[in-house]
Design a protein around this ligand. Structure first.
Ligand SMILES: O=C(O)CCC(=O)C(=O)O
Ligand SMILES: [Fe+2]
Length: 154
């Protein structure tokens, strides 16, 4: 759990929110994300079956999202959450996510303790900085980033 990154996200008032998104569908590359929202709202998380849930902005609360690194390290027991942000036609919004990450030089893979019962690894070992580079190399694409670490069995 070696590195942290803080974003300051500002979403200005959008005259036609139906034509765009604030942030496209993605999962975070972190282990956990701790997110402070303001009172405006706009964050949606994806439930089962393509169902999008609006995360209500509760004053003073923190939203905790599971990220891809934790999904890899837990061999899929914890699933990173796909999310996106919609803009608002009448109010601007600010959010402050703190991403709690492995160190760039860490190699991450399913933890030995998780595989101790004989469970097969679903993910291979990846250098965390390579994983992050892969994420930023492309446009947001839902949960596809994690395929980078998947073991393909033929
Ligand atoms: O603004 C939000 O509520 C979420 C921001 C986000 O998903 C991100 O910065 O990765
Ligand atoms: Fe995010």
């Amino acid at each position: 759990m070696g590195s942290k990154r803080i974003n300051l996200d500002y979403y200005p008032i959008c005259p036609k929110p139906e034509l765009t998104v604030g942030i496209g569908r993605h999962s975070d590359v972190s282990t956990l994300t701790v997110l402070l929202q303001d009172e405006v709202g706009g964050l949606y998380v994806r439930g089962e079956d393509d169902y999008w849930i609006h995360v209500p902005p509760v004053d003073g609360s923190l939203v905790i999202n599971v990220g891809d690194a934790l999904q890899i390290m837990s061999n899929g027991r914890y699933k990173s959450v796909e999310h996106c942000v919609m803009t608002d036609g009448s109010k601007s919004r600010i959010s402050i996510p703190i991403f709690i990450n492995p160190r760039p030089s860490d190699k991450i893979s399913p933890l030995r303790e998780v595989l101790a019962s004989g469970e097969k690894a679903v993910y291979k070992e990846v250098l965390y900085s390579d994983y992050v580079k892969h994420f930023f190399r492309k446009a947001h694409d839902g949960k596809k980033t994690i395929d980078f670490a998947k073991i393909r069995r033929t």
